[in-house]
Write a protein that binds this ligand. Structure first.
Ligand SMILES: [Zn+2]
Length: 270
């Protein structure tokens, strides 16, 4: 049964890798002449209202996010998480992931039972790990390849991802009953908000300014396709760029899926 599961997962990963290779090739040959289709709407970085301007459902500020997550969810990019579609701009898909991660933090804080807190923390680890890998296999290499002048900001983004992966790995090793858990998830929250703020104010505006509307949709397709090989756990020692990252991610995804299956069995027992 386990072997069949692994074989099925390996086949899915192989198929996703093939699709990724085809898509990358298609992107490389995309005509630059389509630039006239570029969106005329300049990307605006999210405005995070001040705490005084937004009410939150918490009487006390959260220990970990100090209420910031409740403010951020009201920013101008808030949207329904069920509305992602196959023909959506990669920018919208990334914003969607960011809002989803914020919502998971909110659920973690709202939970009273240890088991519920653990469940939301595990979901958060999965969500953030996949999100970072999807970015590293889609927009980051694309921007470096097509717009070398953005390589500095992209490299900085990868460095920020690394810090997030290291803190997520520390969180992944302990459970909610560990006295270090709260402090560790606070670090993850800090890393994540930094990632979101920086990406939404630097990388995404540059991407939206430089890429055509058609390229943004194509990148959106890649962003969704690579989810099949995006690891669900942090791997701070794995490569984050190039073919090496794709190969490492595909392998890690298989192992992570097995670990996730074990984890969900444990969660059911609680
Ligand atoms: Zn992001």
């Amino acid at each position: 049964m386990q072997a069949a599961l692994v074989a099925a997962r390996a086949a899915a990963v192989a198929a996703a890798s093939r699709r990724l290779a085809q898509n990358t090739e298609a992107q490389a040959s995309a005509s630059r002449a389509a630039s006239s289709l570029a969106s005329s709407t300049p990307y605006a970085a999210p405005v995070i209202p001040s705490s005084a301007a937004v009410s939150t459902s918490h009487a006390q500020p959260c220990k970990c996010c100090f209420g910031a997550v409740h403010r951020m969810k009201h920013n101008q990019h808030g949207r329904s998480f069920s509305s992602a579609s196959a023909s959506e701009s990669v920018v919208q898909l990334i914003l969607h992931d960011h809002r989803k991660a914020e919502q998971l933090f909110e659920k973690y804080h709202a939970a009273r039972e240890a088991a519920a807190k653990q469940k939301h923390a595990w979901a958060l680890i999965k969500e953030i790990s996949q999100h970072g890998a999807k970015e590293e296999m889609s927009i980051y290499p694309w921007m470096k390849q097509h717009f070398p002048e953005t390589s500095g900001v992209v490299s900085h983004g990868i460095k920020e991802h690394q810090r997030l992966k290291e803190d997520l790995a520390a969180l992944d090793k302990i459970t909610v009953d560990d006295p270090r858990f709260d402090q560790t998830i606070q670090r993850v929250w800090k890393d994540l908000t930094h990632h979101i703020k920086e990406e939404e104010s630097t990388i995404l505006p540059q991407l939206e300014k430089k890429a055509t509307a058609a390229e943004l949709v194509k990148l959106g397709e890649t962003f969704q396709q690579v989810e099949a090989i995006a690891p669900t756990r942090p791997h701070p020692h794995a490569p984050a760029e190039g073919v090496a990252a794709v190969v490492a991610n595909a392998g890690a995804k298989i192992v992570d899926s097995m670990r996730d299956a074990k984890r969900s069995q444990e969660a059911k027992k609680q």
